[in-house]
Ligand binder design. Structure first.
Ligand SMILES: Nc1nc2c(c(=O)[nH]1)N[C@H]1C(S)=C(S)[C@@H](COP(=O)(O)O)O[C@H]1N2
Ligand SMILES: [Mo]
Length: 235
């Protein structure tokens, strides 16, 4: 479900301030490839840390959130398909503090260079630790003053504003540390960094060609997501 927001006088006509190739949307549409509205999240949600660590960790989400100071951050959100939602107010905890204060001392992730973030719907993204440990990356459980809803990734999602939406895994349940970078698989796949400022949309496809494909696919994907959300509220 999108949150309607009022554009300011300049917003609707200007693309100023947006990264290359992005266009502002007034709403923040739910935009998943699996159109399921609510993936199976257990009653007591947990977050696991596995992979290249000495000790694996499985923690109730509440413990993760209670252990760290709460932070709030306003950020724009950029989907690789070229739409941007602006001025989102996220709340949660800092990913870097989570990593440095919980993961490093308890799991000892020696030599890790990346983490594979996994959502309860099975969707994954690889985050280079250089990107994941940036100042503005959050584990968010709140959006615009409310608890995060199912559409936007309840109970917890990654928010990495400097990277395209597909690195911002919703319904986060697991992080797997890796010592090497998994090779990018395919065209219309995941760029290893996916930095918005450098328009790293795809590992192989030219960014300008990608823009055209993204623009064409945005309306049908947004429509399918709206339809799935309506079906789940009826159920
Ligand atoms: N678990 C999960 N996370 C996901 C996705 C998804 O389908 N499943 N889609 C990604 C993509 S492509 C985008 S643009 C954003 C969309 O976030 P939103 O639905 O909150 O707008 O979530 C990203 N994270
Ligand atoms: Mo996206």
């Amino acid at each position: 479900m999108g949150t309607p927001r009022e554009p300011t006088a300049t917003e609707s006509s200007s693309r100023a301030g947006l990264p290359p190739g992005q266009r502002r949307r007034r709403d923040f549409p739910r935009f998943g490839v699996p159109f399921l509205s609510r993936p199976p999240v257990p009653d007591v949600p947990e977050l696991t840390v596995t992979g290249a660590v000495e000790h694996e960790l499985r923690l109730p989400l509440a413990d993760v959130l209670d252990a760290l100071p709460r932070v709030e951050r306003t950020a724009d959100f950029h989907c690789v398909a070229t739409w941007s939602a602006t001025g989102l107010q996220w709340s949660g905890v800092s990913f870097r503090q989570f990593w440095e204060q919980l993961v490093v001392p308890r799991c000892r992730p020696a030599g890790a260079v990346a983490v594979i973030a996994r959502g309860a719907d099975g969707v994954t993204a690889v985050l280079d630790l250089r990107d994941a440990l940036a100042d503005d990356v959050l584990l968010a459980d709140g959006l615009d003053g409310r608890p995060l809803g199912d559409g936007h990734g309840a109970p917890l999602r990654l928010v990495s504003p400097g990277q395209y939406g597909y690195k911002n895994i919703k319904h986060l349940v697991g992080l797997e540390a890796t010592r090497t970078f998994p090779r990018p698989g395919r065209v219309l796949g995941e760029h290893p960094r996916a930095r918005v400022a450098f328009e790293e949309r795809d590992p192989y496809l030219d960014a300008r060609a990608y823009r055209l494909i993204g623009r064409a696919l945005t309306p049908p994907i947004a429509w399918l997501n709206r339809r799935a959300a309506r079906a789940s509220t009826r159920a």
